[in-house]
Design a protein around this ligand. Structure first.
Ligand code: CO
Length: 134
């Protein structure tokens, strides 16, 4: 597996509109917002350099992001690395014994193919892999 950039940082927030204030003050601008049913969130995208910030607001109480907010009160939820070939990456990581949340790609934001590793694999960091560049 060769991750070639941090595609985005996913940040859990109770309210995207409230959270936007600080990122706008930092000079970032929202370029899009969409619901991601597979994660039960609305995601707002704020490019910065070759990466982006994704603000994640839960759409349901059983969303993983809602649980994260209840437990930790918001913050960095996951780090997403871009890879060229997601299927090959998942097969390779699985073969090396790393736990995966998704053994197959699921639809993420922007119509991209994504998958999450198990937090245990990342020593407490939830790692997402995304195929292709933003
Ligand atoms: Co993400």
């Amino acid at each position: 597996v060769t991750a070639y950039k941090i595609d985005h940082l996913g940040i859990a927030v109770a309210s995207i509109d409230e959270a936007l204030k600080i990122y706008r003050a930092l000079g970032l601008a929202e370029t899009g917002r969409e619901e991601v049913p597979s994660q039960k969130v609305v995601a707002a995208f704020l490019p910065v350099g070759e990466s982006r910030i994704e603000l994640l607001e839960p759409t349901s109480d059983d969303s993983p992001v809602a649980k994260f907010l209840a437990k930790r009160g918001g913050g960095i939820h996951h780090v997403c690395f871009a890879v060229e070939d997601l299927d090959a990456a998942l097969a390779d990581l699985s073969r090396r014994g790393f736990r995966l949340v998704h053994r197959q790609a699921v639809p993420g934001a922007d119509g991209k193919r994504i998958a999450f590793l198990h937090p245990e694999a990342g020593h407490g960091v939830l790692i997402e892999l995304s195929e292709g560049s933003s």
